[in-house]
Design a protein around this ligand. Structure first.
Ligand code: SF4
Length: 599
């Protein structure tokens, strides 16, 4: 087995209780790397299309990459994957924290769970052995309580990924939580885990990740670290992704007022979103497993109206944007409280904040009355209402139950024209960077098209097309995308790390080819589910149709058609059906799928 891999995948059937181990195929690892690459390829091969995402046949994968748990800088990530109940297509979510490395130290590259348990259970994996254990005492507990309880029972060195009550109640915007605030947020995979009555996966171990050339990895780490150091790192370490939240609310980067507003007009005061205001509430800085960037923070105890506990997670940019500018809210304590509620119940903050903004707009237009909203006055900027409704959504209580499955389903349930205000693509709420704005992180990546065309539509970090191939490998390898954003020459280290850890010769060309293969297999999964992303409806607000008359994005319309056509051509995917050409599939070694698609 190549270096970087523990050489074992665990397959668990919760209906039967049967667990099997399999070594991952060498070629699978070589060509699909890990994370969502290996998950998508395996699920494409082993899971038939059309299964109920919340049924026993859907598979939930938790996968590391070959660089997870190695000295490669930011090598801490893992991916959660499966068929998404929110979109009906491919679903994945990437997570930092401390679970990924310890899954490998416990002896496995990944776990695939099918079936449905009769009663709540958790999976305990320790040094190459796995056990299904009773979780009746954990059902109904928050993710924080679950973490604490399992560590009290199994020892402080246990690492936990769990769902909260939102996942148990099958909210389609539920997520998995690790490390007290790191979320595998997107795609509604918390509901998939809840549907299996799987409350948590707990790992513990002291096995070593094999590394082909440890000296070379350490040399690369030193060189990488020397390049990362500097003002960029200091700012990112101190403020994290929150460094620009206030500026973004006014520049046109952050969508405002449910994508329908203009920051400088609708939310003139953004002082509460300022990085130093947020930073003043930070008690300690921290990072994911052994990450020297350490871009995260934990807060002091909440004061005033919002009594969140000490040590809860500082909001990240996307969360602050969702519960800030999207709801016309400038109260940082309310944003911290919303973050705490979502993390505690296990909800994706991007989707949840967007749902509240949608409800506020429905309220403004008289589509929802105060009576409908359980007596809550859902006016713009009313942060008390925002928190009250977030709690209801998290508990699936009253009107919160109408909202708990995302804006698309909520609009269908509400009727009365609510669909006009439901901003989503393919069922999923969008990441909170307006594609009409030229945000540096997405420069050169077709930004409107990425929201529509990614296999998991609306993804906040994805690009679309060849510009994304390297990032696909970063994600699949177990590195954090920030490992690349903080160096002057993105992509400089991935090939070196992959070669030194695995012992295989990964040139940059080979890295890009692997990224292309991953792009294709994720897309092919969605396509096989009968979803052609080209046909997904894109809300006019996202692309500026009609264009704004005022503000920083006045007159801007994204030429999404050209972006999509040019990128489809570059991918060698059909402009209408989006089917990859037979030639492309053969070139990528996907001969079996070429036979299916082009008989
Ligand atoms: S840069 Fe931040 S998010 Fe990325 S691995 Fe490090 S601490 Fe985690």
């Amino acid at each position: 087995m190549a270096g970087g891999y523990m050489g074992k995948l665990l397959f668990v059937n919760l209906s039967t209780g049967v667990m099997k181990e399999e070594p991952p195929d060498e070629n699978l690892c070589r060509d699909f790397i890990g994370g969502y690459g290996i998950s998508a390829r395996l699920l494409y091969s082993r899971q038939k299309s059309g299964v109920d995402p919340l049924g026993r046949e859907n598979t939930l994968g938790l996968l590391t990459g070959p660089l997870t748990g190695t000295p490669a800088i930011t090598g801490c990530r893992f991916t959660v994957a499966g068929k998404s109940p929110l979109t009906g297509g491919w679903g994945d979510a990437n997570c930092g924290g401390d679970f990924g490395p310890d899954l490998k130290f416990a002896g496995y590259d990944g776990v695939f769970v099918t079936g449905v348990s009769e009663k709540p259970v958790f999976l305990f994996i320790e040094n190459g052995k796995a056990e299904i254990k009773d979780a009746a005492h954990l059902w109904g507990k928050s993710t924080f309580e679950t973490d604490d309880t399992l560590k009290a029972e199994l020892g402080k060195t246990a690492r936990v990924v769990s769902i909260g009550p939102a996942g148990e109640k099958l909210s389609l915007v539920a997520c998995l939580m690790n490390y007290g605030g790191d979320a595998a947020g997107r795609s509604g995979l918390g509901a998939v885990m809840g549907s299996k009555r799987l409350k948590a996966v707990v790992v513990r171990g002291n096995m070593k990740v094999p590394i082909a050339d440890a000296d070379a990895v350490n040399r690369l780490r030193q060189a990488h670290m020397a390049e990362i150091k500097g003002p960029g790192l200091e700012g990112f370490h101190r403020y994290g992704t929150n460094v620009h939240t206030d500026e973004s609310a006014h520049s046109g980067d952050t969508p405002v007022k449910n994508w329908g507003g203009i920051g400088v007009i609708d939310l003139p005061d953004v002082s509460g979103l300022n990085k130093d205001v947020v930073d003043a509430r930070v008690a300690r800085r921290m990072g994911c497993w052994r990450c020297p960037v350490a871009c995260k923070g934990r807060l002091k105890e909440g004061t005033g109206d919002y009594k969140y506990p000490a040590d809860t997670h500082r909001p990240e940019y996307e969360t602050a944007a969702a519960f800030g500018a999207m709801c016309l809210n400038n109260n940082p304590e309310a944003i911290a409280m919303a973050t705490h509620i979502c993390n505690s119940y296990g909800l994706d903050t991007i989707s949840t904040g967007t749902i509240i903004a949608f409800a506020m707009e429905c309220y403004e237009h008289g589509i929802i009355s105060r009576k409908d909203a359980d007596g809550i006055e859902l006016t713009w900027g009313n942060h008390r209402a925002m928190i009250a409704m977030t709690e209801k959504l998290a508990r699936r209580e009253g009107f919160g139950g109408v909202l708990a499955d995302g804006v698309k389903l909520a609009a269908e349930r509400i009727g009365k024209g609510a669909g006009e205000f439901a901003v989503h693509i393919g069922g999923q709420e969008l990441g909170l960077h307006d594609p009409k704005f030229d945000f540096p992180f997405f420069r050169g990546k077709p930004t409107a098209a990425r929201y529509q065309m990614d296999a998991t539509p609306g993804r906040h970090t994805s690009g679309f097309g060849p510009s994304q191939f390297e990032d696909y490998v970063l994600n699949a390898s177990g590195l954090c995308l920030h490992s690349d954003t903080l160096v002057p020459e993105p992509g400089k280290y991935i090939a070196g790390y992959m070669s030194a850890v695995t012992g295989r010769d990964y040139s940059m060309d080979r890295i890009l080819k692997c990224g292309e293969r991953i792009a294709n297999i994720r897309h092919l999964f969605t396509l096989r589910e009968g979803i052609n992303p080209r046909e997904l409806k894109v809300h006019g607000r996202i692309i500026g149709r009609p264009p704004r008359k005022e503000g920083p994005l006045a007159g801007v319309t994204s030429d999404i058609e050209t972006q999509i056509n040019e990128t489809l051509d570059a991918l060698d995917w059909d402009r209408v059906t989006t089917k990859p050409s037979r030639k492309k599939l053969l070139e990528l070694g996907l001969d079996d799928i070429a036979g299916e698609l082009w008989p």
